[in-house]
Structure formats: C-alpha cells, structure tokens
Write a protein that binds this ligand. Structure first.
Ligand code: GLU
Ligand code: ZN
Length: 295
C-alpha cells in the first residue's frame, strides 16, 4: 500500500481567542499541508467546559475564515467524542495499563509534577478517582522536523500521567492521540510548548497500535517577560481587519522570505505565495521567539 497522503490539522483549545502565537502555529500547519496538496482539518479541543471562554469557539472559527485559513471537511469537536474516550479508558483499566488514583493535590506536593506512583497497586475504585496511565521505565524520543531530536524518560521525567481527571473530564494527552489516529493525521505541526507532551503521546500510540505521525514544532511566541501569549498573559483576539499585516508578521516569524511587493497583498494572495514558497528549512530552530524581535 502507498503511504497515506498528507493529513494535517489545527487543534485549538477554546480557553481563549486565537492570538498571534496560535496564528503562527495555525499558519505553519496550514502551509505544510497545502504545500504538498494535503488535507488540513480543524478540531476544536473543547474538553474542559469550565475553562472555555464564552464565544471563543465562534471567534476562533471566524478568525480563521477572515485570515483565509480554510479547512477541509467538517469541524470535529472533542466534546462530541466522550463515548470514544470513555471506552478507551475502560479498556486501558481492564488491561491493567491504567489505574485509579485518589491522591489529593496536597499529597502530590513536593514531587515537581512527577507522580510518585502511590496508587499504582492500590486497586482503588474508579468512582471519584483520577485515572492514570502506567508509564514504562523507558525513554521515548523522536526526530522533530525543526527542533531535531527530542527525548524524555517517561518513568523519571514524567511519571504515570492522568488520562481522566477526578471530575470526569478527559485529558488532552488521551484525546489528542485517539483523535489524530481516528482522523488519519499524518503530520502534526504545532507550538513547541507541546514538545514535552510528545513522548507521552508516542507511548500511547505504541500502546494502541497507531502509526506515529511526523512532528514539526514551531517556536512558541513569547512576551518580552518570557510569558507565553494567551495563557498566563491575556492577549487580545486577532483583529479581522489586520489579517494581511499579521499574516506577513507570522510568515516572518516562520522565517519565510516574504517579498516586499507582497506587503500590500490580500490574505488570499499572501497565502497562495506562502504555499508555493513554503520552506521548512527557514523556520528558526528555537523553542521560543520573542514577539518584540519580529518585524
Ligand atoms: N489543543 C492544544 C492547544 O491548543 C493543541 C493540541 C495539538 O496541537 O496537539 O494547545
Ligand atoms: Zn494516587
């Protein structure tokens, strides 16, 4: 069988509006797909309703449209996929690959976020408990198309991680792996803040017998004070009437050599230039990029 054609995706979390950093990630993912005639999907990662900003989903969708970033097929919402996540968690529990954890936040203080394994063999009931995936005492690594080799020892650096929270909400790590495989995603292009989630995702893929996608992590755009845009820092939504100049800025952030004549172009023209000139080799090989250093 031939290798599957390229399928990429943009998978925003509607905890806020799209900001310049998410535009850079969305644009890179779009260009990488379109440059090879691939499909580009949109998946709303709305797993955490309490943290969802009202109106954010609609705002994300309309921003993508006004910036000319058209996706293929139907938008998928993770909130429509709870039955699939539940079935997977159940199976992992039955196979002894996951277990219930009743540790309080307080009990986990002092472990720097690496779960000490307290409940591993406790046999707790799953009601009102978090569910954790057992990780092997092994290192998982991959070659990122921009960042190069990245590796983590799951046992020592990550620990057994949560796949379903105590409040019943499913974890990003679980949903992203299941959905990327279900949607046939061949190429994951996203911000470098997710580099350190990738080894956990590789382990899940291996466990579930899924093919491993290729990965490309673009630099995370940060504030002068080192903060990521959008999360701890409240970034304003991307204005619809500034699509063209902000796309140019995002192309600069991705190292693409936008010709001066395109400075006054419309989003559609800019994107079609960028698709035909997409050069992954020009993306800065750095995990972060300060917004203030951009033209
Ligand atoms: N939903 C994640 C985020 O917005 C991105 C997931 C991914 O691209 O794997 O940070
Ligand atoms: Zn525990």
């Amino acid at each position: 069988m031939n290798a599957p054609a390229y399928i990429g995706r943009f998978a925003p979390t509607p905890s806020g509006y799209l900001h310049f950093g998410s535009l850079v990630a969305a644009l890179a993912s779009y260009l990488d797909a379109r440059a090879v005639g691939g499909r580009w999907l949109l998946r709303m990662e709305d797993l955490d309703p309490p943290r969802e900003a009202p109106g954010a989903q609609d705002a994300i969708i309309s921003t993508l449209a006004s910036y000319g970033l058209e996706w293929d097929g139907q938008l998928v919402r993770q909130s429509d996929r709870h039955a699939e996540y539940a079935a997977l968690v159940k199976r992992l529990l039955q196979q002894g690959l996951a277990y219930a954890c009743t540790c309080s936040r307080k009990q986990l203080e002092g472990y720097q976020g690496i779960y000490p394994g307290t409940c591993r063999d406790a046999g707790h009931a799953t009601r009102n408990a978090a569910i954790r995936l057992r990780v092997p005492d092994l290192s998982y690594g991959f070659i990122d198309r921009v960042q190069g080799e990245y590796r983590q020892h799951l046992g020592r650096e990550v620990g057994d991680f949560v796949i379903r929270r105590r409040d019943g909400l499913y974890a990003y790590q679980l949903a992203v792996v299941l959905d990327d495989a279900w949607q046939g995603v061949t190429d994951v292009v996203r911000g470098a803040d997710l580099l350190d989630s990738t080894p956990r995702q590789l382990y899940l893929q291996e466990l579930l017998g899924f093919a491993q996608p290729r990965y490309l992590h673009v630099p995370l755009i940060i504030q002068p004070d080192g903060h990521k845009l959008g999360k701890s820092y409240r970034s304003p939504p991307l204005p619809a009437d500034r699509a063209a100049p902000l796309l140019v800025r995002a192309l600069h952030a991705l190292g693409q050599a936008v010709p001066a004549e395109l400075a006054a172009a419309r989003p559609k023209e800019l994107l079609s230039w960028a698709v035909s000139h997409w050069d992954v080799g020009r993306i800065p090989r750095s995990r972060t990029l300060a917004e203030t250093q951009l033209r």
